[in-house]
Write a protein that binds this ligand. Structure first.
Ligand SMILES: [Zn+2]
Length: 407
């Protein structure tokens, strides 16, 4: 799959930047300390510059060769060794990377910042090698030495997330939030919201409904776009027998993000059934359609709902309208066929369905460029976007593994 700039390239850049940051910190320290060692010797050697150039152009072998030469010119140059170790790691030579970084740790008279950065790189080696505990240990040690180290905090958060240790991930994210500027606030809020939601789900799984709903509520407070928190909050309240509360939670989801309202449809339909007021589901769908004429999901839900209530002719109209908005939707076609069967293949209606489908873009051939994912309605021999030759294939939707056919 094409993910834009290649991942190895990005990792190489990250390796480079971490190395340069260390270089900078180191240089500052040396100057402040008043002990000026001529570090420019290695920096100014053409090997160093060439090595960095090869690194950014992703010619890793050549980069290693030049950087190794530069390291020989000035054996003390910490950042060059750090970068070299990082490059080994990014090439998958984890043992080699660990070896290089551990050797650096043995150096006498390391400053606190140097020590912390070497540990950070070592932590990344362990993480890459799958040694989760040792990576955690290294990153925690970095934070002890340098509490504001955002790299270490971020990697700690990710490691805890990977292991579903949501409380730890959440605590660390809060530390990061305190360290970051106001421009990153919205993104931070979103992440904290999802971590709160994960904490709620975890509480739900052990049957602690009180704690779960507190987490879901604070996820929504944190960021009103934490969509799953509304769904989960409603589920908890329903499980507690609080039907009104459940409705209120799903209601706020629909008010906040009408384009995601459909996620609450099944829940609301069941709830109104339970309340003995199925009519309210109908009204709700109609309101959504009125607010957004392109809303095919509300029409589909309403069509299915009416079909269950044997109101076939009405169901057909809503489903056909849904099809006009989303002719590619196989679920919509299936629902239409369901109604048509119930109506014993009423000739006039089948005719309308066929005409509607014929006039829609559904029958245009979808083709896609394998290289850059550019879409075209016809087969092209050269991609107008990435200019590659013969990269178009017909796009097919993969069959669903556990498809449920609702009729
Ligand atoms: Zn292309």
């Amino acid at each position: 799959m094409d993910l834009g700039p290649s991942l190895p390239f990005l990792s190489a850049l990250v390796a480079l930047l971490v190395g340069l940051a260390v270089g900078k910190a180191w240089e500052r320290y040396k100057l402040r300390d008043g002990k000026w060692i001529d570090r420019r010797r290695a920096r100014e050697s053409h090997h160093y510059v060439l090595g960095l150039n090869f690194l950014v152009s992703n010619q890793i072998d050549l980069a290693i060769e030049e950087l190794s030469q530069a390291a020989r010119v000035d054996a003390d140059a910490l950042e060059i060794h750090l970068i070299l170790g990082n490059v080994h790691r990014e090439r998958g030579q984890v043992a080699r990377a660990i070896q290089v970084h551990q050797a650096l740790l043995q150096r006498p008279k390391l400053t606190r910042i140097e020590h912390a950065y070497i540990l950070l790189c070592l932590g990344l080696d362990f993480k890459r090698g799958g040694f989760v505990d040792r990576a955690l240990e290294a990153f925690n040690e970095v934070v002890r030495m340098d509490p504001d180290n955002q790299y270490a905090l971020l990697y700690l958060q990710k490691l805890h997330e990977e292991q579903h240790q949501w409380a730890e991930a959440h605590r660390i994210r809060k530390q990061l939030v305190a360290l970051s500027g106001p421009d990153t606030q919205p993104r931070n809020q979103a992440i904290l919201g999802f971590l709160e939601n994960a904490l709620g789900t975890e509480a739900m799984a052990v049957g602690d409904r009180g704690r779960a709903s507190k987490h879901f509520e604070s996820a929504i407070d944190q960021d009103a776009d934490t969509t799953p928190a509304y769904l989960n909050l409603g589920d908890v309240r329903l499980a507690q027998g609080d039907l009104q509360g459940a409705e209120a939670a799903w209601d706020s989801l629909i008010t906040r993000s009408p384009e995601r309202a459909y996620l609450a449809f099944d829940r609301l339909e069941q709830l109104y059934e339970q309340l003995g007021a199925p009519r309210r589901f109908e009204e709700r769908c109609l309101r959504l359609v009125a607010a957004n004429p392109q809303d095919w999901r509300a029409r589909l839900a309403l069509g299915r709902h009416l079909l269950k209530r044997e109101r076939h002719a009405e169901a057909f109209e809503f489903l056909l309208a849904a099809l006009e908005q989303n002719p590619h939707g196989l679920t919509v076609h299936q629902a239409v066929w369901g109604v048509l069967l119930k109506l014993e293949l009423n000739r006039a209606l089948v005719q309308r369905y066929i005409e509607s489908a014929r006039s829609s873009v559904f029958f245009l051939d979808p083709h896609v460029c394998l290289k850059c994912h550019y879409r075209s309605t016809e087969l092209l021999w050269q991609c107008p976007h990435c200019h590659e030759w013969n990269t178009f294939v017909e796009e097919r939707i993969a069959p669903a593994k556990e498809a449920t056919v609702e009729m």
